[in-house]
Design a protein around this ligand. Structure first.
Ligand SMILES: Nc1ncnc2c1ncn2[C@@H]1O[C@H](COP(=O)(O)OP(=O)(O)OP(=O)(O)O)[C@@H](O)[C@H]1O
Ligand SMILES: [Mg+2]
Length: 248
């Protein structure tokens, strides 16, 4: 199986504050990895290193030289519903995923627009193309942002807390869509909800300054503690519940 990238002894710092240290990690084609860890553990920072938005302060990240730059990565950033109160329509948001490749001010071709339409349809957004994001539900916004992340046909899809948007009626749709996408791209998904994602991911990476890779979708409380990834509770709406699998 071909690798997409390999990290060797990567550290990451903001000024003098080191937040990731000695990370060895690689992602292969068709991986579906859940990235978990406590708040401030360095999950988003790990994604920034992969995206090239932050340079390692030590170590290196190497991409498979056979992958063209423009096909590498689609990205769904960590945002909250409050961030999407601006008047852009669905098609334009999906198309903005092409701008990352084409530079912001280049014109979109008719083909690009057709492709955005196809993706909107594929994601169940037909009929909403001209709606502003602020008029959509959380689940619909999430699918628009997913469309934006995949319009460039990436080989690797990075999702940072997509669950922030999920309302339960779209949850199974969304993960079903990811499963389909995983046939043609590797997926790295940051989430706090281990219970939810463990039925979808193939393996885990626990990030809390260090990274521990766990090559299975089953993960126990003891393993999380051993990895230094204590995650006990999350909130679903206002109701906190345990997300760890119980094990006998
Ligand atoms: N731009 C920045 N400048 C300075 N420090 C930062 C910056 N971004 C993140 N940090 C710090 O780096 C550490 C890791 O942050 P990061 O955002 O990677 O954590 P995270 O695991 O994604 O957390 P969360 O679960 O809250 O999203 C935190 O202590 C954070 O305060
Ligand atoms: Mg984060």
């Amino acid at each position: 199986m071909a690798f997409i990238f390999e990290m060797h002894s990567v550290s990451a710092s903001y000024d003098t504050n080191t937040v990731l240290e000695g990370v060895d990690f690689s992602v292969d084609e068709n991986d579906f990895i859940g990235v978990i860890g406590p708040n401030g553990g360095g999950k988003t920072t790990l994604l920034k290193i992969i995206l090239g938005l932050l340079k390692p302060s030590a170590g290196e990240i190497r991409f498979n030289p056979d992958l063209p730059d423009s096909e590498r990565i689609g990205y769904l950033p960590q945002i909250s519903t409050g961030d999407v109160n601006f008047p852009v329509n669905v098609t334009d948001v999906i198309l903005s995923g092409m701008m990352i490749r084409k530079r912001i001010f280049s014109r979109m071709s008719a083909d690009d627009r057709k492709k955005a339409g196809r993706i909107a349809e594929e994601l169940g957004l037909s009929g909403l193309e001209r709606k502003a994001l602020s008029e959509l539900s959380g689940g619909q916004i999430q699918r628009v942002l997913l469309g934006r992340a995949i319009i460039g046909d990436p080989r690797l899809l990075l999702l940072d807390e997509p669950g922030n948007f999920v309302d339960s009626s779209f949850e199974s749709d969304f993960y079903g869509k990811l499963k389909e996408l995983n046939k043609r791209m590797a997926i790295l998904m940051v989430s706090h909800d281990i219970g939810m994602i463990s039925s979808h991911v193939k393996s885990f990476a626990c990030v809390n300054r260090k990274l521990h890779y766990h090559p299975s979708s089953e993960i126990s409380n003891d393993q999380l503690l051993a990895y230094g990834c204590p995650i006990q509770l999350i909130t679903h709406g206002d109701v906190p519940h345990t997300v760890l699998k119980t094990h006998n």
